[in-house]
Write a new protein. Structure first.
Length: 194
């Protein structure tokens, strides 16, 4: 598959490996239209020139089985973190290279969002349950901006300083005034009918 044709699909450029978002040198070479051996040469120069603390954290040698002609072959490649990728492609110049770099950066960011969403999906979840006859008959999540209270406590909470913002209090006041006006009109109609 030619990845240049599918550059709008970040999942094909960047993938999640454990807790990291990575790509590999084969994908980079294909996407940027470069020979893989030239990309490997550039990585080898980086490995020789850059501090080992950086290179060991962002470049990992790997072997990947690839279709070459009619047979399968093991090819040396490198897994690259976002920082490793950025270091590698800094020297790639031109408008097309800039566009491809942006696509890759967006792909890394999208993969990182997916990774963040899946890391701790149930870190903390508040739930409200309805029990009947010793069995749960319904459940509903309580989001961070929601709370459950009694009517009496609601008035008490509203009087607490900084519990609600001015905007929230104004919204509640407007809703309460509308409800009072509706109830007053209803009471007036009922009084006339008597």
């Amino acid at each position: 598959m030619n990845l240049q044709q599918s550059k709008n699909y970040p999942a094909q450029l960047v993938f999640i490996n454990g807790q990291q978002t990575i790509t590999n040198s084969l994908i980079v070479a294909d996407y940027f239209g470069k020979q893989h051996k030239d990309v490997l040469r550039k990585i080898d120069r980086i490995l020789n020139d850059a501090p080992s603390e950086f290179t060991s954290a962002h470049f990992c040698a790997n072997v990947q089985n690839q279709q070459v002609g009619t047979s399968q072959r093991d090819l040396k490649c490198y897994h690259l973190t976002k920082d490793g990728f950025m270091f590698l492609v800094m020297g790639f110049t031109g408008a097309k290279a800039a566009e491809l770099k942006i696509n890759f950066i967006n792909a890394f960011n999208e993969a990182q969002k997916r990774l963040s969403r899946t890391q701790h999906p149930f870190e903390r979840q508040r739930m409200m349950f309805t029990w009947e006859g010793g069995k749960i008959v319904s459940s509903q999540p309580i989001h961070d901006d929601q709370f459950v209270t009694s009517r009496d406590k609601l008035v008490q909470y509203m009087r607490e300083p900084r519990f609600l913002s001015l905007e929230q209090l104004l919204e509640i006041s407007e809703a309460a005034n509308q409800q009072i006006a509706t109830l007053a009109r209803l009471a007036e109609k009922q009084a006339r009918l008597r």
